[in-house]
Design a protein around this ligand. Structure first.
Ligand SMILES: Cc1ncc(C[n+]2csc(CCOP(=O)(O)OP(=O)(O)O)c2C)c(N)n1
Ligand code: SF4
Length: 254
């Protein structure tokens, strides 16, 4: 059991002294970075970790980590990670992106990395919209959710229902892939899921994907209590935990 001091201590690999937080007050992304840092510390992989960041609020993470970081284009953190891992096989490679980057512009790359079982970890922060550009509707926007481009609420009969990225990827991913969803509302589960995903890359040389439900008080226009209320609703639509394959296994892995 950790003491309160240990529990709230900054991870070694977080460069907390260098810069003030650039995330909006109450943003879930800083919670995620802290927990990713905790796992990198506890796995003792700081010197061999490379983070490949997308375009979106996730890119602010370049300010805070004491390990190697590559900046890619919007929706391109997965293919850049795959190419980098091919050249530097001993590195632990983590692609970090928003749900817009992963499930809209970058979906093709994500699906094929899972299909090929490329040994990278893709972390997708799902806050149900395009945050950095002002809160536009994304595939993950849930029915009736108000965004700047769905001011009357998302009409699911026109724009589709809530987009379940991990469930989709699971259907075509190799059986050795680890696919799961976590939430900033359950940091202990988040730690254990990220740990399993990183170990899957290191021990099994396999693809992993972790979606993390996160809060965006600025674009949701919510206070702290309302943010976590909406997150609880999202957890009902997007269940957390490991995602299992539901389709028949027609093409067994060879
Ligand atoms: C090729 C390309 N298209 C569009 C943009 C504009 N753009 C920058 S950030 C962003 C939204 C990012 O949303 P998401 O990927 O969900 O990340 P978040 O900001 O929510 O973390 C967009 C559309 C861009 N930079 N490059
Ligand atoms: S816009 Fe949203 S996701 Fe981006 S830093 Fe602000 S609260 Fe976080």
């Amino acid at each position: 059991m950790k003491t309160p001091n240990e529990q709230f201590a900054m991870p070694q690999c977080l460069n907390s002294k260098s810069k003030p937080s650039l995330f909006c007050p109450g943003c879930g992304e800083s919670i995620i970075l802290k927990h990713l840092g905790n796992v990198v510390d506890s796995e003792n992989i700081q010197s061999k970790t490379t983070l490949v960041i997308d375009i979106g609020c996730t890119l602010l993470s370049w300010n805070y980590f004491n390990f190697d970081i590559i900046q890619s284009h919007h929706g391109r953190s997965v293919p850049v990670s795959v190419g980098y891992k091919m050249a530097r096989g001993s590195r632990v490679v983590i692609a970090l992106m928003g749900d817009g980057g992963a499930y809209a512009i970058g979906l093709q790359s994500l699906l094929h990395a899972a299909f090929r079982n490329d040994p990278i970890l893709a972390i997708v922060i799902n806050n149900t919209e395009y945050s950095m550009t002002g809160g536009q509707m994304a595939p993950t926007t849930v029915p009736n959710e108000v965004t700047t481009t769905s001011p009357l609420g998302k009409n699911a009969s026109i724009f589709g229902p809530a987009f379940h990225g991990p469930e989709l990827v699971r259907q075509i991913a190799n059986s050795k892939a680890f696919i799961a969803r976590a939430s900033v509302g359950n940091p202990t589960l988040m730690d254990s899921i990220i740990t399993k995903a990183i170990e899957n890359q290191q021990k099994n040389n396999s693809f992993s994907m972790v979606e993390i439900l996160s809060i965006c008080p600025t674009n949701w226009k919510t206070d702290a209590a309302e943010s976590f209320e909406f997150l609880a609703k999202l957890e009902k639509i997007y269940p957390v935990g490991e995602v299992k394959k539901t389709l028949d296994k027609k093409s067994e892995d060879i």
